[in-house]
Design a protein around this ligand. Structure first.
Ligand code: ADP
Length: 507
């Protein structure tokens, strides 16, 4: 009852103050979300819907693209209804999305010809092996900034064309369209009038030449993907078109597009070279803005497009940690020593230090900068006095050590020195982790008040295009964790971690 009254009051206040909003559509791997940001750049209304995951065979992951579309439209309409406003109060839409996942659809009917193949899907791993045998890898690295891997969209598109009877002929005749989820949503929102993507999403397809800012003809030919299938690559911030379907969204201009990690980089305002954000989710995704320089990594990091604004491409270096929050889930579901992920904090704070215990959560091998696909997880330094608190603490600390590994690699590759690490994602709520991260990096860690940085980034890109939000929020809206550990202690702890890694590696 009280909640209903409060909700009505909020709606009334917003209505009478003639507030303007930016609508962010945040299309993730497990759910579609819509967030209305108000003029103070705060998330004022949120709606979310989960959708089904399909696992047709081991290593395969699919989504129903129609379900993605319907859930995304439903949550967008729901927030508008919650706010009690009309489309006139929404100045622009910004879209951010799960990256690399692809849809191929019929240009005439708008019906997908196959389920969307999701970024996690490994079905094209052999195709990638063949590409390597054919000597394509150095070219891929140079042209796209990526490594040759099934994770990216290119081989997935080719596979759909191979697997659906008649698809290759239809593609050659120009009867099909394809794209990442941003393209699919915009095509649906504009009733097929706009078939576009932005450079940040394009750069994850393994088909986009990041130096030229165009689809790469050699890779398209190699994978037999006709040009007519592909979207036009547009700016990440600029008017694309207006929603034209019969919906409360009708008429709203679509003005921002970015892949989820790049949107978070923008949302965290990492706008100048050397600024870095790290998202602590199931895994960690770290991106460093490298400005107009494409830095080619010596440590297995990816070069990618951060965004393209007014024909100017900003590049980023990207490194990921496979197991981060997932290690906390393992404490919960595997070891059952906590009930909920946030409990890891109180359990870890029962002791002052992990007393030489190290957990290396190499559950799926080790990523950058070690790249050992065969490593298995390990726990070191156990004594008779080791308790579950030590294991919890050492597991939390492993997120910080892995982050330092990737960050050191990034600084080495870029020659840029970091002054502050901007943190977000579910596990960044953990204060003990944030403090330990600052200690082990000997750098300030800043956590924004609004943890919805991905949606905020998409909204900011859209706001920029319509000249809304002229006063950007600053790091003063952030909580800063300052390093407090002395140098000797830091070095001792980190060299213990390096030792644990050495012992964990398979060769
Ligand atoms: P994703 O987008 O990858 O699903 P989220 O950003 O939602 O991830 O974060 C969820 C992850 O964060 C989970 O793996 C969970 O274990 C971890 N997590 C959430 N809260 C905490 C916390 N307070 N301390 C440590 N880990 C946490």
């Amino acid at each position: 009852m009280y909640w209903k009254l409060i909700h009505c009051a909020v709606v009334l206040i917003h209505y009478f103050s003639a507030m303007n909003y930016i609508l962010a559509l945040d299309q993730g791997t497990t759910s579609s979300r819509a967030i209305l940001f108000d003029e103070s750049q705060q998330p004022a209304f949120v709606a979310q819907q989960e959708f089904r995951q399909f696992y047709p065979q081991p290593g395969w992951v699919e989504h129903d693209a129609i379900e993605i579309w319907k859930s995304q439209l439903a949550v967008a309409e729901e927030v508008i209804q919650k706010a009690g406003i009309t489309s006139e109060s929404i100045k622009a839409i910004g879209i951010t999305n799960q990256r690399e996942t692809v849809v191929v659809w019929d240009a005439e009917t708008g019906r997908p010809i196959h389920r969307a193949i999701v970024w996690q899907d490994r079905r094209t791993a052999e195709r990638c092996d063949q590409m390597k045998v054919d000597g394509m890898e150095p070219y891929i690295r140079k042209a796209t900034g990526l490594v040759c891997d099934a994770y990216f969209s290119g081989t997935k598109i080719s596979r759909i064309l191979d697997d659906v009877p008649g698809a290759r002929e239809r593609a050659a005749k120009g009867e099909l369209r394809c794209g990442t989820i941003d393209s699919w949503l915009i095509w649906k929102l504009t009733n097929g009038a706009h078939h576009v993507t932005d450079a940040s999403n394009a750069s994850r397809t393994m088909l986009f030449n990041i130096s030229e800012g165009k689809w790469d003809q050699k890779l398209l030919e190699y994978l037999d993907v006709p040009n007519s299938l592909l979207p036009e690559v547009v700016s990440s911030s600029g008017l694309v078109g207006r929603v034209s379907i019969d919906s409360p969204l009708k008429g709203i201009p679509i003005c921002g597009i970015a892949g989820d990690q790049q949107a978070a980089l923008y949302g965290q305002q990492c706008l100048v070279p050397g600024e870095v954000k790290n998202t602590y989710g199931t895994g960690c995704f770290m991106l460093m803005n490298t400005g107009d320089k494409q830095i080619s990594s010596q440590n297995g990091l990816l070069t990618t497009v951060a965004w393209q604004i007014d024909d100017r491409i900003t590049y980023a270096l990207e490194g990921s940690v496979f197991v981060a929050g997932a290690a906390i889930q393992w404490l919960r579901d595997g070891l059952k020593i906590i009930d909920e992920s946030p409990d890891s904090e109180w359990l870890a704070s029962k002791i002052e230090s992990s007393e030489g215990v190290y957990v290396v959560p190499a559950f799926v091998g080790l990523g950058a900068p070690y790249w050992d696909m065969y490593a298995k997880g390990a726990i070191y330094g156990l004594t008779r006095g080791t308790t579950k608190a030590h294991i919890a603490r050492a597991t939390l600390e492993s997120l910080a050590y892995q982050t330092r590994d990737v960050l050191d690699a990034m600084q080495q590759d870029s020659g840029l020195n970091l002054s502050v690490l901007k943190a977000d994602g579910g596990a960044s709520a953990n204060e003990l982790l944030m403090q330990f991260q600052a200690d082990i990096l000997n750098t300030n860690v800043a956590r924004p008040e609004v943890l919805e940085t991905t949606a905020l980034g998409a909204a900011s890109l859209a706001a920029r295009a319509v000249n809304a939000w002229t006063n950007q929020s600053t790091t003063s809206d952030m909580q800063i964790f300052n390093p407090e550990m002395d140098d000797d202690k830091r070095q001792e702890l980190y060299s213990g971690w390096k030792d644990a890694i050495r012992r964990t590696m398979s060769s």
